[in-house]
Design a binder for this molecule. Structure first.
Ligand SMILES: N[C@@H](CCC(=O)N[C@@H](CS)C(=O)NCC(=O)O)C(=O)O
Length: 226
């Protein structure tokens, strides 16, 4: 989709390599055909601390500025982009699929803490060995079931609900995480991961992530090499 980008659109993000919530918001803008200005603030740095208050009352990213209007939080950004700039095309027309997508997006937004903690997003990483604790396995299994139930319901073998939707944006960083670690995934789960990894918009983000040189302190040495 290509639309006229409002000239005063600015997305404030964290490092592309690490900021999964920023990726979700950015993907919604891209899929709506909008090329906003992007301000990247490197997380866990004095620069982030010095500059974040200027952009974000929560001191978190992402934040979307539309002129002097401020929308913080990835899901609120996604819904606003959908409503204002994408003619509601980022959710399915079918109300049942739309409700399913919203429930999935909300579950991702508020859940899967074990997975998020144990498998942080690192766009540059590939197939890192990791020990999977039980609670992480429970999250992986739940996500896997959600993806297959959505695709069964929508009859899709690409995006979760047929066309691209906000639900896909919410799970994109999970696909990136599943690539980053050695995991034994069911075939349909791996297929959705591969579908995302072949997406040109995600590839554009990953390519920018590879160009970043910041390494977050808790990262292991070698983060840039895999
Ligand atoms: N619920 C928020 C979460 C935002 C969030 O936690 N962002 C992280 C980066 S991915 C952040 O700003 N971290 C910086 C910090 O906490 O200092 C959303 O969906 O936007």
């Amino acid at each position: 989709m290509q639309v006229d980008t409002p000239p005063d659109l600015k997305l404030v993000c964290g490092n592309r390599n690490y900021s999964s919530w920023s990726l979700r918001a950015w993907l919604c803008l891209r899929k709506a055909g909008l090329n906003s200005e992007v301000v990247v603030l490197p997380m866990d740095t004095p620069e982030f601390e010095a500059r974040i208050a200027e952009y974000s009352p929560t001191r978190r990213v992402p934040v979307l500025w539309i002129g002097d209007e401020l929308i913080w939080d990835s899901l609120a950004i996604a819904e606003t982009v959908n409503e204002r700039f994408a003619n509601a095309s980022l959710w399915p027309e079918d109300p049942v699929l739309r409700a399913l997508g919203r429930a999935m997006a909300a579950e991702m937004h508020s859940g899967f803490a074990a997975l998020r903690h144990a498998l942080p997003m690192n766009c540059r990483a590939t197939a890192r060995p990791v020990v999977i604790e039980d609670e992480v396995q429970v999250d992986i299994q739940r996500i896997s079931e959600l993806w297959s139930a959505a695709m069964e319901r929508s009859g899709s073998d690409g995006w979760l609900l047929g066309d691209f939707s906000i639900a896909d944006a919410m799970f994109a960083p999970v696909a990136v995480r599943f690539k980053a670690y050695v995991l034994d995934l069911p075939e349909h789960t791996q297929a959705y991961v591969d579908y995302w990894l072949a997406d040109p918009d995600l590839q554009a983000w990953m390519s920018l992530a590879r160009q970043e040189s910041w390494i977050i302190e808790h990262e292991e040495v070698g983060a840039l090499s895999n």
